[in-house]
Design a protein around this ligand. Structure first.
Ligand code: ADP
Ligand code: MG
Length: 289
């Protein structure tokens, strides 16, 4: 059997199966970042993401945006846990023939994002490789009371999403601002039961929440915010790399949130969490998980 017969998620499951973790690990493989024992009132958050030339970006789009993206995707994962990013290490695979200007631009992109989000760049590794590969690992922290996992969705929760979805390949996937401020506002002021960032696509990522929480959901199709770059509803819920936040919270809290939302970033209530994981189809204007 080959890797392509298995798919990404089953492969990770297979790799994770025999990994046992110690009591220092509060939550290991299976969320946006690992949650690790730290101080009396805080956890460490630890996450890593890799970008490969040809798969995630083309060399022709320049180094700057790729650099920005390589750090921003990790910030997005820390944000989805309710935390703040602190320290990053950067590993680089570069073809020896690559123009120095490319790497300079790449690091300018990384530095600009690091400055904006007050992240210290503290190391990494550099090797020669056939294609440009960039891996960033990011360490952050979160107050214990503000930690949000994928697994906390409750029956009756309202489901919210930030921004507009779909068509990110037209540009947003390389040039986005991770929703860190929004996430911190949410966890500091509201009771957020579950959260994830949209990297694989709304339906896929919402289903990660539902699976971890052993719940189902009803999505109001008309309420899903479709980006002007998306082809249609299908593309909005399936395209990946939006790097928006999807989260669930008690409905009464949700009503307060809508009144108090201080950001320009769009906020949409797109559905509710149901008890049953059973898939139901047919109702017009609704999608059930
Ligand atoms: P995200 O899209 O939020 O970055 P992924 O779908 O990449 O998350 O990964 C899902 C989970 O699997 C995460 O907890 C991640 O740390 C873990 N994971 C991914 N690849 C590996 C691997 N090769 N070995 C161990 N854990 C992995
Ligand atoms: Mg994620």
């Amino acid at each position: 059997m080959r890797i392509k017969d298995l798919g990404e998620f089953s492969l990770i499951k297979r790799l994770a199966k025999d990994i046992k973790s110690s009591a220092r690990v509060i939550a290991g493989i299976g969320d946006d970042a690992a949650v690790l024992r730290h101080t009396r009132d805080k956890y460490l958050l630890f996450t890593s993401d890799m970008l490969v030339e040809g798969k995630h970006f083309r060399k022709t789009s320049g180094g700057y945006l790729v650099g920005k993206k390589s750090l921003s995707v990790n910030i997005s994962d820390i944000a989805a846990m309710g935390g703040v990013p602190m320290f990053a290490v950067i590993s680089l695979g570069v073809p020896p023939s690559l123009d120095l200007k490319y790497v300079d631009a790449l690091y300018k992109g990384i530095r600009d994002v690091a400055r904006r989000f007050r992240i210290d760049l503290v190391g990494g590794d550099t090797v020669a490789s056939e294609k440009i590969v960039i891996n960033v690992s990011l360490l952050g922290e979160v107050e214990k009371k503000n930690l949000v996992l994928r697994s906390g969705a409750k029956q009756g929760d309202a489901i919210f999403v930030t921004g507009a979805l779909g068509g990110s390949l037209k540009g947003k996937h390389l040039d986005f601002i991770p929703r860190l401020e929004e996430a911190r506002f949410l966890v500091k002021n509201f009771n957020i039961n579950s959260m994830i960032d949209v990297s694989d696509g709304l339906f896929s990522d919402l289903d990660h929440i539902l699976k971890s929480s052993r719940k189902g959901a009803l999505v109001y199709e008309k309420a899903v915010p479709i980006s002007k770059h998306a082809k249609d509803f299908k593309s909005a819920v399936r395209d990946g790399e939006d790097f928006e936040l999807v989260f669930t919270m008690p409905r009464a809290e949700g009503r307060k949130l809508v009144k108090k939302w201080p950001f320009k970033t769009r906020l949409s209530e797109i559905g509710k969490v149901c008890k049953d994981r059973r898939k139901i189809t047919g109702a017009r204007g609704y999608t059930h998980f």
